[in-house]
Design a protein around this ligand. Structure first.
Ligand code: FAD
Length: 512
């Protein structure tokens, strides 16, 4: 079996593979480099007796603005306490209070139900525990710094992948069943919270292999990303507002009451949109988080990581204002999967941020994505392993054919960094928080122009393949955004500012 990706979804899947099957886990960087490892706030689950999974489901559905699949939502939130408990048994140390799990609240949640670790570095702790457990698997090999170039298909079914690493060059991995868990796409946008691995590779390879993708117009913009020149774009967790932080504009005005009765705890799409409008109104490049009225001991204990990052820039988060603005954060759209994680291509499964499972609808509720990775990682691992166990070992290598034009131009003088920066700027400007037809059409023309000469080139290492993938996925995002002529969740059209009930459906795209 082949698993591509070593974040929460990929490793959770690996832990389901029984010893009689061999599994290779491929990861384009070190095992520890993933969006999962950067997660701050926590994992949502109704763990408190005064809470209930039906509340968690209702909050998820409300945030999703009419596009959640109710059955998937119910399935995922029902499993949440068990998946969290399992992590604890595997050694993840979540924060506690008086011997009980400490639960925090985040935007869009009606109850305190988010478990967290190391204060505000949940992903680091959860991934430490998962990596340790996965490394102990007798039947797993981990190929780090190995990049998937494309999936291999035969008669419409997936039979492995072609991967590349510096030691072996291009290598074919034939697999009875393949699970894609490649995470997100934030690097497509100039402003993002995502680490450098998030270049939409999985979305692109799935689409090229014939998988149906959907909801590609829904990129979630996190409202509060640290905005200090010279700092990388650190996320300032939702939990900061959960613990009572105010959002103020550059005049000191606490503006969220003008936009939502939930003030700072409105769902992410509403807060990001409000910040974008307020930045325009005040003609200022950011707004500010204010924690000065919150108990400073609590602030220090809850947010040690954020406190340290800000302190490196001379800011004390217990009394200084923290400059923030929105950034691309979570890719809601992706490969369509069924409740177990099957894509539309036989032999290919997917889990986590690379998918569109129906959990998030048009806007993801905070702390639901690590949960989704756990639930679908487990189910896809289980389902794929069952199928692989029934496939013959004589599964033979197939002759290779490619429709790639012979004599494609080699990468020559292309300045890939320049192209990547230009793509990020274009996508941020015209396909960012607030969109309209003219801007989207201009982005479409620009991206198609770049694609004409980048797609036709043969590259020798991941920087070129990543750019090709990002261009392809940008085109899919723009196509979705042009088609959806309404505003819904994370997709806001200035020319269609209202939701239109007749458009409350997914937009699917398939390669022809
Ligand atoms: C700063 C930050 C904070 C967040 N906080 C939270 C939070 O508190 N709670 C929450 O629920 N969610 C949070 N999220 C979102 C959440 O972390 C992600 O959605 C989730 O971790 C995705 O998990 P995944 O396993 O699908 O992908 P990832 O964890 O991103 O893993 C992807 C894996 O695929 C590999 N990969 C990618 N491309 C290739 C390729 N071409 N070849 C080989 N391997 C490849 C990568 O190397 C990596 O191992 C946060 C995200 C960020 C960026």
């Amino acid at each position: 079996m082949l698993i591509v990706g070593s974040g929460i979804a990929g490793l959770r899947a690996a832990l389901e593979i029984p010893p009689e099957l061999n599994v290779v886990v491929v990861s384009k960087d070190d095992l520890a480099q993933s969006n999962s490892a950067y997660a701050q706030g926590g994992i949502a689950g109704a763990m408190d007796p005064v809470d209930d999974t039906s509340n968690h489901a209702a909050d998820t559905m409300a945030a999703g603005k009419g596009l959640c699949d109710e059955k998937i939502v119910e399935m995922v939130v029902r499993e949440a306490p068990e998946r969290i408990q399992e992590l604890i048994e595997w050694g993840a140390n979540f924060d506690t209070e008086n011997g009980e799990l400490a639960l925090t609240q985040e935007g869009g949640h009606s109850h305190r139900r988010v478990v967290h670790a190391l204060g505000d570095a949940t992903g680091k702790e959860v991934m430490r525990a998962l990596i340790a457990r996965a490394r102990g698997l007798p039947n797993a090999e981990f190929w780090e710094r190995t990049f998937i170039i494309d999936l291999l298909t035969h008669d419409g079914r997936c039979c492995g992948a072609i991967v590349w690493n510096r030691g072996h060059g291009k290598t074919i991995i034939w697999a009875k069943q393949t699970i894609l868990a490649t995470g997100g796409a934030g690097q497509i946008f100039r402003e993002t919270t995502n680490p450098s691995i998030a270049t939409a590779d999985g979305h692109a390879v799935a689409f090229r292999a014939g998988a149906v993708v959907r909801d590609m117009e829904f990129m979630q913009f996190h409202p509060t990303v640290l905005y200090i020149a010279g700092s990388s774009r650190h996320l300032i967790s939702e939990a900061v507002r959960g613990e009572g932080a105010y959002l103020r504009d550059c005049t000191g005005y606490r503006f969220m009451g003008d936009y939502s009765p939930q003030f700072e705890l409105a769902p992410r799409d509403e807060v990001s949109h409000a910040i974008a409008v307020q930045m325009d109104r005040t003609r200022h490049p950011c707004v500010y988080l204010d924690l000065s009225h919150v108990d400073s001991k609590l602030v220090r204990e809850r947010f040690p990581h954020i406190g340290k990052v800000c302190a490196d820039f001379g800011l004390d988060i217990t009394h200084d204002l923290i400059p923030v603005r929105p950034g691309a954060h979570y890719m809601i759209g992706g490969a369509v999967v069924d409740p177990e994680g099957r894509t539309t291509v036989p032999g290919l499964w997917a889990a986590g941020e690379v998918t569109s499972s129906g959990l998030h609808g048009a806007n993801r509720l905070a702390s639901n994505s690590l949960l989704e990775g756990l639930v679908f990682g487990r189910s896809s691992g289980k389902g794929a392993a069952q199928l692989a166990a029934g496939q013959p070992d004589s599964f033979a290598a197939l002759p290779l054919e490619s429709d790639w034009p012979r004599g494609a131009r080699d990468d020559d003088e292309l300045n890939l960094l320049d192209l990547r920066n230009s793509l990020g700027a274009e996508m941020w400007r015209d396909v960012g928080i607030r969109r309209e037809r003219a801007g989207l059409e201009s982005a479409e023309r620009q991206v198609e122009f770049w694609t004409r000469y980048v797609a036709a080139r043969e590259f020798a290492d991941p920087s070129g393949w990543e750019l090709q993938n990002m261009l392809l996925v940008s085109r899919l995002m723009i196509a979705g955004a042009l088609t959806r002529q309404e505003s819904r969740g994370t997709h806001f059209r200035r020319d269609f500012p209202q939701s239109d009930p007749t458009q409350a459906e997914h937009i699917e795209i398939a390669a022809v």
